[in-house]
Each structure stands twice: as C-alpha cells, then as structure tokens.
Design a protein around this ligand. Structure first.
Ligand SMILES: [Zn+2]
Length: 153
C-alpha cells in the first residue's frame, strides 16, 4: 500500500534540505499512514520491524521528531497520566478527525461529525473574542470505555 500525498510532500521537503528519503523513513511513514490506531513511537517501531528487522527505535524517534517539527505528523496525548505520544499523519485536506480514547485498553477510535465542526467553529470564535487568541486548530477527544471493555466490565 502506498500513500503518495504525504510521502511526496515529505520527499520534497527532504530534498529541498539536502536530505533523502531512505527506505526506513519511507517504511515509518507508510506504517504510520496505514495504521488507524494512532500508534505511539514504540508501537510504530514494533509494526515497522516486521518489514525491516534492522530498524532501531532511535531511528523511529528521530524520524518522528523530524516529521513533527515540520508539521507532517501531529502528536496527541490522550491521557495526562499516559506519558506516550500517539502520532497521526496530518490530514492533507485539512478536515478534522475527532477521537475517542478508551481509558482501559488505550484503544483510539476516530470519528467525524458535521455538528461537532459547527460547534467547534462557534467555540473557537467565542474564545478568540473573549481572550484575544488566534485559534488555529480544534479537535475533540472523548474518553471512556470502548464496546469491548464495556462488554467485559
Ligand atoms: Zn477498551
């Protein structure tokens, strides 16, 4: 499976900075884009190693930091007690994806909802007016128990 959009953008940026798209960088990008579970660096490492056992964790960290600094991935923390960052590829169309995080099994479920977009738009405007802030982005994170954990409890 290939994901030309983000991979092309990253390749162009690398080239402009005198770097190059290595096989391992491409692998990390592909695994990240193929994953719908918002992997942490450690999970990404475990998945990518299935294709390339020579990959090491520091390469994954370095690549993710590089991508994050340039805005190609966005880290999220779903749980304040949870030190891990979960990484998402940035949506090229600028659309918002919201998240549900299961407190028990750490599973993340994506959803989008037009009503939420409208509401967030209003909230952003309100907050900007009240506090003089410039809000660039907004997303909703809900938490609780997923269906599996509800069934088990
Ligand atoms: Zn769960």
């Amino acid at each position: 499976m290939t994901f030309p959009l983000l991979t092309d953008q990253v390749t162009q940026t690398l080239r402009a900075q005198g770097g190059r798209m290595t096989a391992q960088r491409r692998l990390i990008l592909d695994v990240l884009q193929a994953s719908d579970s918002h992997p942490t660096a450690e999970e990404l490492y475990a998945l990518a190693r299935q294709s390339d056992p020579s990959l090491n964790l520091s390469t994954v960290y370095r690549t993710l930091n590089w991508l994050e600094e340039r805005g190609f991935v966005s880290p999220r923390r779903f749980d304040d007690n949870h030190a891990h960052k979960h990484f998402d590829p940035v949506q090229p169309d600028g659309g918002h994806v919201h998240h549900f995080h299961c407190r028990k099994c750490d599973r993340v479920i994506e959803f989008s909802a037009p009503q939420v977009e409208l509401l967030l738009e209003q909230i952003r405007g309100e907050i900007a007016r009240q506090h003089g802030l410039r809000v660039d982005d907004a997303a909703l994170v809900l938490s609780g128990l997923c269906m599996d954990c509800v069934a088990k409890s």
